[in-house]
Ligand binder design. Sequence first.
Ligand code: SF4
Length: 368
Amino acid sequence: MTSTGLEAAAAARHNPPMEPARYWTAEPGGRLRCTLCPRDCRLGEGQAGFCFVRQNVGGRMVSLAYGRSTGFAVDPIEKKPLNHFYPGTPVLSFGTAGCNLGCRFCQNWDISKARLADRRSGEYTAAEVVRLAVEAGCPSIAFTYNDPVIWAEWAVDVAREAHARGLKTVFVTAGYVGEEAREEVFAHMDAANVDLKAFTEEFYHRFTLAHLAPVLETLAWLARTQVWTEVTNLMIPGLNDEPAETRALSEWILEHMGPEVPLHFTAFHPDFKLRDRPPTPPETLSRARAVALEVGLRHVYTGNVHDRAGQTTRCPGCGAALIERDWFAIRACRLEGDRCAACGLRLAGRFGGPVELTPGRRTVLGIV
Ligand code: SF4
């Protein structure tokens, strides 16, 4: 490229075009109705939605997050968390700003509650993101940190490019997404982790400003697709950690998704608007895990704590320890391909070559 060409490219990066968004309809009176998620925002001229990143500009919806990233990191895939999707591999992870939920306990609030203008972010093409993943030795890319539902078009374009280069794609989400977008987005994803924040409408209403039913719909729908899906339940002391609720949640997963869907109970730390609650005691996670196993789920894990027993994958046939973990590190593996080395039973999930023992560390690349 000539120096003039480089300058033009650099200038373009400082004035990125506002990408036309999908998933909206025009309403009488000039408002635009966003159908991307069940929040159903109706936006007058110049207004942005609850998520901050979709805006009515001149009677057309635009995505302010398209082509943006607030930074990149190479994470262990176990950090998404995904324990049955190419374990031990690194995943290039990135997100934008904003969110379509309003969780009082958000553990990533500096990103999710930020407007793009307040948050340092870079502009990228899909090819540049994929090249970064390849150069970092990542066989997959994760759309994560804030909810990628709100930047669906950008995630899909990166996913298309990733698949063209032989990489896998991972969608880390709260599952609060409209029907049309759900079909189109997940057609380009290989795996998902869905954060099921609680199992009561009251919790969703009071602490997330959203609703439970659409999330359950997404989960039941995912279970009928080829997308490898794992579920996370962040346990907050006194708010969603009652064994009866855990039992009901586990029974629902068993009935609507099946016994092989991995379920992660993860520890909360006081943050954002919920600082009056203590961190989750490890015993709470172990108790929840015992309840879910008793219900009949086969792969139940604890997270955000050191708990080798609660983080090890066991063969549902003979009980052999197949993948021994400590937090995100992999300490031992007795898996041959996708089968238990002891009894030969096939383990549910997606597996490639031999699982490597890894320290499970993340590398922050920042804005590159
Ligand atoms: S994606 Fe954003 S603008 Fe659209 S309905 Fe959801 S919160 Fe509102």
